[in-house]
Every structure is written in C-alpha cells, then in structure tokens.
Design a protein around this ligand. Structure first.
Ligand code: SF4
Ligand code: SF4
Length: 374
C-alpha cells in the first residue's frame, strides 16, 4: 500500500479504438463460423475478420485472402449478442473489389431472353454432355476461366450437377404467371434455382399450396440477390431489390421455397431509403418460407399418408456443406440412420447430393409434404 508501481496514468493503457468497436470479443461467432471450424485459426474466423476489416489500417491487398474466405452463411449475425453482422462488414469490403467474371455472369442472367434459351438448350442436351468424357473435357476447358471466379473454383467431372430444366418452372405453370394475367393474394417467389433446375422444389411448393386451397401467383421476379451480394455487386442487388419490391408489393402473402431467397427478401430494407425502404419493409414483413407459412397459417388440409422412411433434417447454410466439414456431416447423417435428409433450400440440396452421392436420399420438405398428400 502506498507504493506507486507506475508513473504512467492508467488511461494511457486503454485501447480507445478497441473500446469504440461494438464487438465484445466473446467468440460466440467463432463457434458457429464454418470457416473457423475448418481452419481453427483466429485469422480465419468471424471474430478475427471483424478485427481485420474494421482496423484503421485495413488494406484489401493485405487482407484479400480473409475478405474472400467468408462463405456468407450469416451464422455469425444470428448468434452475436452485440448485434454485430460480421458477414455484412466483410461483404462491404468485398464490394470495394467486385468479381468481374461473376459480374458478367450476373449481367447475362439478368437478360432472360439471352440466358434462358441457353439453360433450356443445356437442359435438353444434358444427357449428351453430362457424361464422364465430356465432363472431363468441360473440367479442363473451364479450369482457366473459373480461376477468375476464385483461385480454387473448379467444375470437377465427378461433381453431381443439378438437372437443368428443358422447360422452366414458369413455362410448366404458365397459367399461374403474372404475365398470363393470373391474380390472387398469395405470391410464390420461386427464385432462380426452382425455375432453372428440375429439382422438384417449385412443382412441390405449388402442389402443396394447391392442396391447401391456394392458387399462387408466380409474379415477375429477378434473382433475390444473395449470390450477387456474395460476389460484391451491390448496385445490381439494389436494382433487383427495387424490381422485386415493386413486383411483390401488391400481394398479401409472399411464399418462398428457398432459405437464401427468404433471407434476401427480408433484408431488402437495408438497401433502400425513404419511401422505397418503407415498401421494402412491408414486403419483408409478408415473406415466409413454405415451412413457416404452412406451420403458421397455411396448413388447411393435413397430409394423411405416413412417410415410410426415417427422415433427418439439415438446417444449416448450403455453403456450410460445401466446405471440408462435409465428412463430419455425412457421418452424422449416416449415424442418424435416416434414409432421407430433408432441407429447405435448393442450394443445400445440390451440396448435400454431392456429399452424400446417393447414400441417403435428399429431398426438399415441400416434396415430402407433396408425397404425404398423394
Ligand atoms: S462479433 Fe459478436 S459474437 Fe463475435 S466476438 Fe464480437 S460480440 Fe462476440
Ligand atoms: S458469414 Fe459465416 S463464414 Fe462468414 S464470418 Fe459469418 S459465420 Fe463465418
């Protein structure tokens, strides 16, 4: 007592820059970050990335590996007790250097008269080119191009590709489209995957809604924006948000079949200002994934046919399955003894099918419900 161990005021040791940041360094986000799960290193983790992208001396060239590694699963945002959205901070940094090849692909996809004939042609001819030898040639041919997407991007010959649609969902259900004059209080925002892939999701969502007395409208729509935001093209995301908000505003209820689209539509207010933001908030408040919609209010007719198989449910982000942790996921699914793994997202289905390779059946929950009605 009475001995002064330092002549420096204690306030000089306080890191005011650190104190001014909202992150409390609790590490909860690391516990759910799939990249940290793989690398087990603070510089490849949500909490570490927060520090890096908010550092006063941040530079893209020094942090490129970090900024490009986040898979935008949003798990950190869901769990953070301080309300920090690390994924959003990373995406803002990524948007300072948007990926050019991805931008060209999104621009092409944004012109349906150019993009959709290509998808349908590939769908009609998939039996010819989706075979081992042509796929090997495609793998080799695409390798130099895909490097511009990401250093590790590949199209392996043994990757299970989704079946492309020779007739798009909107063509198969043309009588429900806004273009054909169909009207009603419930819109089905199918997104890109259900329209372009023959994955059964769009048909099942429509069938289940019909079983419950709803003839959904397929409104005019653009990509919800998730992949576009992931590659840093925020202006295009805003343009599509405006388009979709204008298109969806007139409906009382908006049902989706895709987890990523659901999140994206609910996030639209963050892109817009003033009156547009108010409209986006109104739309966001009406968006429900088919599972939430049926559980809450939409299930008028209970399915009666029991499912004869054991089903497990995959609830995590589709991109989580794309990482190296799939071996553990596969083991967990195998250990569960399930014959079917159900999920709520078409993108998750693609990743699960690639990881499980037919060991366990992969189905969207709307498909299982549809079967339970038949
Ligand atoms: S970002 Fe949130 S969850 Fe992550 S360490 Fe900081 S306070 Fe904790
Ligand atoms: S979005 Fe996912 S991958 Fe990115 S920092 Fe958050 S938890 Fe990690």
């Amino acid at each position: 007592p009475g001995v002064k161990i330092s002549t420096t005021p204690f306030t000089e040791h306080i890191d005011y820059v650190r104190l001014s940041k909202p992150c409390a360094t609790c590490g909860k986000c690391n516990a759910v970050c799939p990249v940290y799960d793989v690398f087990q290193s603070e510089d490849m983790s949500s909490r570490g990335w927060f520090e890096i992208v908010t550092a006063p001396g941040y530079e893209y060239l020094n942090s490129k590996r970090v900024v490009e590694a986040c898979v935008n699963c949003k798990s950190c945002r869901t769990i953070c007790p301080a309300g920090v959205d690390v994924s959003d901070l990373i995406l803002q940094r990524r948007a300072e250097h948007p990926n050019k090849l991805a931008g060209a692909i999104f621009a092409w996809q944004g012109r349906p008269w150019l993009f959709e004939p290509f998808i349908k042609l590939m769908g009609r001819t998939q039996g010819l080119w989706d075979r081992p030898l042509p796929r090997k040639l495609l793998e080799l041919g695409f390798a130099p191009v895909l490097r511009f997407l990401a250093p590790t991007a590949k199209l392996p010959a043994d990757m299970v590709l989704p079946r492309l649609a020779p007739r798009l969902l909107r063509e198969r259900h043309a009588e429900l489209t806004e273009e054909q004059g169909h009207q009603g209080p419930v819109a089905y925002f199918h997104g890109c995957a259900a329209n372009y892939f023959m994955d059964g999701v769009g048909d099942a969502v429509i069938a289940v809604l019909r079983k419950n007395g709803i003839e959904p409208v397929l409104p005019r729509q653009q990509c919800s924006g998730t992949p576009i935001e992931t590659y840093g093209h925020l202006e295009r995301v805003k343009t599509y948000a405006r388009f979709n908000v204008a298109s969806l505003s007139r409906y009382e209820k908006i049902v989706t079949g895709c987890a990523s689209c659901t999140l994206s539509l609910k996030d639209y207010p963050k892109w817009l200002q003033g009156e547009e933001r108010k409209k986006a908030e109104a739309v966001a408040g009406k968006v429900k994934h088919i599972s939430e919609f049926l559980a809450g209010e939409g299930l008028k007719v209970r399915p009666t046919k029991p499912c004869p198989k054991t089903v497990t449910y995959h609830s995590s982000c589709h991109l989580r399955a794309a990482q190296k942790i799939f071996e553990r996921k596969r083991a967990a699914i195998r250990d569960s003894g399930a014959q079917v793994v159900a999920t709520s997202c078409p993108a998750c289905m693609i990743q699960l099918e690639n990881g499980l390779r037919g060991e366990v059946d992969v189905r969207h929950i709307a498909e299982l419900l549809r079967e339970a009605y038949e």
